[in-house]
Design a protein around this ligand. Structure first.
Ligand SMILES: *Cc1c(COP(=O)(O)O)cnc(C)c1O
Length: 412
């Protein structure tokens, strides 16, 4: 069949995979184990010689249907889901790296990713954090023992955009694994495979699920990376085409051994949410661009961080690479405006962590998600005490502007 558009293929992917009883969605299979017809069958399934279901920590039909959908979204070969985005990130690196290895990471990171990379140091893995908006910084950090480069597409909260293309070229030249966290953009706005990423990570809790009702994470193998060049693969997992070796090890050492399995119920919620990803993102990105321009003209605001603004340092890069400028932004209030008073005055906008939700959320980042990091790392990331991260939702734009307007007036 001719390749379909993004939305069409996501909507119909379960059906074309063959759904039980003609059901429109892949049903939730809550069984943790699966019966086999014969001893020969169970042996063949466990030895990976025959497709089938062994045990719910590793495989589940509902989750596999979601994994197929995610592979379609990312134009990848295969996907492995996890209980959360953090489980996907930590399981990937714990499965692939070992003591003595070196990882280069963007310094502009989701707070918990920063935290888990610092944990890797306790296990003898070196990590260098660099300003990845310029590929030269990544190149300068490479060492003979560098095994991988990790970046996010758009960083949280100040929306710096990594030199995604330049780093992809560098990794290809050096034979390095390039891992891109695509959570902020989502595969509808950007496919990291197009810039040479070997593995793509998504937090499904954010845009892909979209409704704030299920946690999940995923790793997609794009087929770009040559795993024969990766020294840490276990011989037993080098079966089948080399393009699958990396994900096999992530499934075995990451998912199976560490056990952060996505619940089938959550997989179902996320799959339903994913059906409307392009519709939701078009609307939230439109609201965000409108609000960014409005905040930029407001006298109480010192800075606005959103790639839609021509003043954003990577505006051109975002325009060239992404379908839209996204729904995440940050505003920095002028020092004389009380940030807590402003947040307390919001009536519609919700004070909450999370992003990519249908509802607009606000959070004072220095006091919450980046509190643990300390003032020095915060300053490096461009975070001030008056910085508020906003994840813009799909509400009617006029209502959002009215709410921010009255809250800023009350905060003086
Ligand atoms: C939220 C987020 C994660 C972690 O995802 P969880 O599902 O909350 O564990 C990782 N990376 C980025 C960029 C995120 O925004």
């Amino acid at each position: 069949m001719k390749t379909k558009g993004f939305t069409t293929s996501i909507l119909h992917s379960d059906r074309f995979g063959g759904v039980e009883h003609g059901s429109l969605h892949k049903p939730v299979h809550n069984s943790i184990t699966f019966a086999h017809a014969s001893a020969a069958d169970i042996a063949a399934v466990f030895q990976g010689k025959q497709p089938g279901f062994s045990y719910g920590r590793q495989v589940n039909p509902t989750t596999i249907a979601l994994e197929k959908k995610l592979s379609l979204m990312e134009d990848g070969l295969a996907t492995c889901c996890f209980a959360t985005g953090m489980a996907a990130i930590s399981s990937t690196f714990l499965a692939l790296l070992k003591a003595g290895d070196h990882l280069v990471s963007s310094a502009f990171l989701f707070g918990n990713t920063n935290s888990v990379f610092n944990t890797l140091k306790n296990f003898g893995i070196e990590v260098t954090f660099v300003d990845a908006t310029e590929v030269a910084n990544v190149a300068a950090a490479l060492q003979p023992n560098t095994r991988a480069v990790f970046v996010e597409t758009v960083a949280n909260p100040c929306t710096q955009i990594a030199d995604l293309t330049g780093i992809g070229t560098l990794c290809a030249e050096r034979g390095l694994l390039y891992v891109v966290d695509n959570t902020m953009t989502s595969p509808w706005s950007f496919r990291p495979k197009t810039v040479g990423a070997g593995l793509v990570i998504n937090s499904l809790s954010k845009h892909i699920g979209g409704h704030g009702n299920a946690l999940g994470g995923s790793v997609t193998e794009t087929g770009v990376f040559d795993w024969t060049r990766f020294p840490n693969l276990i011989e037993a997992y080098k079966t089948g085409p080399a393009s699958n070796w990396g994900l096999t090890q992530i499934k075995k050492k990451g998912l199976r051994d560490m056990g952060a399995t996505l619940a089938p119920e959550s997989a179902h919620h996320i799959a339903i949410g994913a059906e409307t990803l392009p519709l939701r993102q078009a609307r939230s990105a439109e609201n965000a661009a409108r609000l960014a321009a409005w905040f930029a003209a407001h006298p109480a605001i010192a800075k606005v961080f959103h790639p839609s603004l021509a003043s954003h340092p990577q505006h051109g890069r975002a325009k060239a690479l992404f379908r839209h400028f996204g729904s995440l932004m940050a505003i920095e209030l002028k020092p004389e405006v009380d940030v807590f008073k402003f947040l307390d005055a919001l009536e519609l906008v919700i004070l909450a962590s999370n992003l990519g939700d249908n509802r607009t959320l606000a959070i004072p980042v220095a006091h919450t998600i980046y509190a643990e990091m300390g003032p020095v790392r915060r300053a490096e990331m461009g975070i001030a005490d008056g910085t508020v991260r906003l994840s813009i939702g799909i509400e009617d734009g006029d209502d959002l502007i009215a709410d921010f307007e009255q809250a800023l007036a009350k905060a003086g």
